[in-house]
Design a protein around this ligand. Structure first.
Ligand SMILES: NC(=O)c1ccc[n+]([C@@H]2O[C@H](COP(=O)([O-])OP(=O)(O)OC[C@H]3O[C@@H](n4cnc5c(N)ncnc54)[C@H](OP(=O)(O)O)[C@@H]3O)[C@@H](O)[C@H]2O)c1
Length: 346
């Protein structure tokens, strides 16, 4: 069985490639830049394949599972998933982008017919929150509302900063009565104890707004992160700057600045960092509710473990055909298979 890690010279892709080798998965490494790819291939002593995503179909004959780490995924996920469906290879990625989840979900019929799993979001976004959502849906099966959130400690990788900045002008999103609804950034505010003391938190357009509905069927979903006071003010300002920030030249400039100046967490930061993940289900008619929490390793450390474990299970034939979320593919307890993750129920 052959695993292809694409985007293998990016910050996340290289860490995933190292982890896959450590676990004896013998990955093939892919990317679009031969010089950068060959440097990583030589260091890790791996086969490399240089190709653009648009040409992926030609490169997948002997590949069983693709793990795409090349983001922003709005540019790479759809063509790569389509090539995988044609070639009969499972497609996995570490996206967190709502439009990407939505567009891949529309491939469900084709993927099912081809016997291929399309499983995006196998990083910190959305494995812990998605598994927590599925766990909470099991605790309160008639829940009408689901709120999720996390408090991260640790740095930001260049690609994630670029992805977040590139999306800033798109505003926020929540799910209401089963439909995705655009709302201003920081639309809702509330006090939340993510597991590390109470914080003021605001809604963000986290991937679960797309995926948790498919995992649980709960029709109302929002997602929160803690936000300091001055950042909450900046988010309110972004409501008016939205059209300016989303203009292509501005968005491109912000993304290239992020790539140049923000470096990802180093090994010590990845080892020391933690993340606190919180979820709450409610039934608005009966007033019943339940809260569960996870404590996980630092977000990039968890991403590397989750993505590699998800790919390993796909290589073992565990990923069901069709569009999948982490919990529909591997169950609510998948997150507990990862190192140093604990779950508590209130
Ligand atoms: N789900 C999660 O929790 C999670 C965690 C970590 C990262 N991520 C996401 O993963 C992505 C990568 O993050 P990173 O920090 O590793 O970024 P990075 O260090 O900037 O690496 C990005 C990689 O993607 C490649 N790439 C970008 N656009 C491409 C395209 N159109 N075609 C082919 N290759 C392309 C880059 O190649 P070039 O150098 O040739 O451009 C590079 O190899 C980001 O979107 C980030 O948000 C998600």
């Amino acid at each position: 069985m052959t695993l292809l890690v694409y985007g293998a010279y990016g910050y996340t892709g290289e860490l995933v490639a190292e982890e896959a080798i450590e676990r004896g998965l013998d990955p093939v490494l892919g990317g679009r830049n031969a010089t950068k790819l060959d440097r990583v291939g030589a260091r890790l002593d791996c086969e490399t394949r240089t190709f653009r995503v648009a040409d992926a179909a030609r490169e997948l004959d002997d590949v069983d599972v693709v793990l795409n780490c090349a983001g922003p995924f709005v540019e790479t996920a759809e063509p790569f998933a389509d090539a995988c469906i044609d070639a009969g290879a499972d497609y996995l990625d570490v996206t967190g982008e709502i439009p990407v989840f939505e567009s891949l979900a529309r491939r469900d019929g084709d993927a099912t017919e081809a016997g291929v799993a399309v499983l995006p979001g196998v990083g910190f976004d959305v494995v812990p929150t998605d598994c927590l959502a599925a766990h909470l849906a099991g605790r309160l099966p008639d829940a009408t509302h689901l709120s999720l959130g996390f408090e991260p400690h640790g740095g930001l990788s260049p690609g994630t900063a670029a992805t977040v900045l590139g999306q800033l002008g798109d505003g926020g999103a929540i799910r209401r009565d089963g439909r995705l609804v655009s709302v201003p950034p920081g639309h809702r505010q509330r006090r939340i104890d993510f597991g590390n003391g109470e914080r003021s938190a605001v809604t963000i357009p986290w991937g679960d707004v797309s995926t948790a509905y498919r995992s649980t069927g709960i029709p109302n979903v929002d997602a929160y992160v803690p936000m300091p006071k001055n950042a909450r003010r900046a988010m309110r300002a972004a409501r008016y700057l939205g059209p300016v920030l989303s203009a292509d030249p501005v968005s491109d400039a912000l993304q290239s600045l992020a790539r140049r100046f923000v470096s990802g967490p180093d090994e010590a930061e990845r080892d020391a960092g933690r993340a606190y993940v919180w979820g709450e289900v409610r039934n608005e008619e009966t007033g019943e509710s339940a809260v569960s929490r996870l404590v996980t390793p630092e977000t990039y450390a968890l991403t590397v473990d989750a993505a590699t474990t998800a790919a390993e299970r796909a290589l073992d034939g565990d990923a069901p055909p069709g569009y999948q979320t982490p919990s529909t593919a591997y169950g609510a307890d998948f997150v507990l298979e990862l190192d140093d993750v604990t779950r508590t129920d209130d």
